[in-house]
Design a protein around this ligand. Structure first.
Ligand SMILES: Cc1cc2nc3c(=O)[nH]c(=O)nc-3n(C[C@H](O)[C@H](O)[C@H](O)COP(=O)(O)O)c2cc1C
Length: 331
């Protein structure tokens, strides 16, 4: 069983923090699909400290998704420490600090991946946040800033010494963005050196790769990001594989029901028109690889409310069902 401090998870599969994706509706679905822990999008520590309503809304949660990891980004130890207190007060079961984000607008403030240029600052941040944070504390890092500023291992060691309960490693350099591939050997090297749990992350695109990542690195848990978008049942499939059961994809009916539920939950959170806009992007992921998905994609622009979404969805799924029924009735 994976344990962070005194927080015991039901399994070692973690939904990655993903800006624009891991909002409350998505987290609730992924949790039901078997994730042991779900994580918020990265949340601005400064926004929380300044009491900005939009930032506070990222902390909205429901009991069914717990335990909940809240990820914070920022560069000042005091601001991060105060934000951690606010997040815990709002119900966070774990605080994760973002030390890997490559986005320019984050890095230029000294936050996210920029922290990997300054391991000493990581020590200051973790030491202070640890003092103010009454729940388990983790960090999420990359391999380093760049191949010539290869600081990931040092950052992990410094953070472990300063009191974090676990380290998640996405083994690309900040300078790489999402190009190239995740170098799992970096995870293995960090795992060898730390006594606390190490979570492996990066390029687990199919259920079978989760076990492979664990075998190759010895990591204690696996974090899944992109592969869960439009494909939240990947957690259920990985858990099935761990038990030696074939990891079947969901039926068409279940798939359609999940898409509808996702839209419904988004509508409750942000209103129908914003939810419809958001759902258009997600539908691309939900229908990726299905027959005729391209023609369905053409109909997305017409989706403005739940009525048009359900109608377009039903029309598309009807085209998928016909060949299956036809097959059954043929002699
Ligand atoms: C759209 C998108 C948003 C992301 N947002 C965050 C974020 O808010 N915080 C973070 O630490 N990582 C973020 N990431 C990185 C993921 O958490 C993860 O580390 C990365 O995608 C590698 O894992 P994967 O190969 O399983 O996707 C984001 C990635 C993507 C594609």
């Amino acid at each position: 069983m994976l344990t962070f401090g005194d927080l015991k998870l039901k399994n070692g599969l973690i939904m990655a923090p993903m800006s624009g994706i891991t909002n409350l509706p998505f987290r609730r679905i992924v949790k039901r699909m078997g994730a042991g822990l779900v994580t918020t999008e990265m949340i601005s520590a400064m926004g929380l400290v300044l009491g900005k309503k939009k930032t506070q809304d990222y902390l909205l949660s429901t009991p069914d998704e717990r335990p909940l990891a809240v990820q914070l980004f920022g560069s000042g130890p005091e601001v991060l420490a105060e934000a951690a207190e606010i997040a815990v007060e709002a119900g966070a079961d774990l605080i994760d600090l973002n030390m890997g984000c490559p986005a320019r607008k984050v890095v230029k403030t000294g936050a996210g991946g920029a922290l990997l240029r300054e391991p000493r600052k990581i020590k200051e941040i973790v030491t202070l946040v640890r003092k103010h944070c009454s729940v388990p504390l983790t960090i999420k890092i990359r391999s380093g800033w760049s191949p010539t500023l290869n600081t990931g291992e040092e950052a992990a060691l410094v953070a472990a010494d300063s009191g974090v309960d676990a380290v998640t490693v996405h083994p690309r350099f900040v300078s790489q963005g999402f190009s190239g591939h995740a170098d799992w050997q970096v995870i293995a090297r960090i795992k060898e050196q730390l006594k606390i749990p190490v979570i492996g992350n990066g390029d687990v695109f199919r259920p079978a790769l989760a076990g492979k990542l664990k075998d190759q690195t010895g990591c204690d848990g696996v974090m899944i990001g992109r592969a869960a978008v439009g494909n939240p049942w990947i957690f259920r499939q990985i858990l099935a594989l761990e038990k030696g059961v074939v990891a079947l994809p969901p039926s068409l009916d279940e798939r359609r029901a999940i898409i509808r539920e996702h839209f419904h939950l988004l509508t409750l959170l942000m209103g129908e028109s914003r939810a419809a806009k958001k759902m258009r992007g997600l539908l691309l992921s939900y229908t990726k690889g299905l027959p005729n998905s391209r023609s369905f994609r053409g109909a997305f622009t017409g989706i403005l409310n739940s009525e048009s979404l359900v109608a377009a969805l039903d029309r598309y799924f009807a085209t998928l069902e016909i060949p299956l029924h036809a097959e059954k009735t043929e002699p």
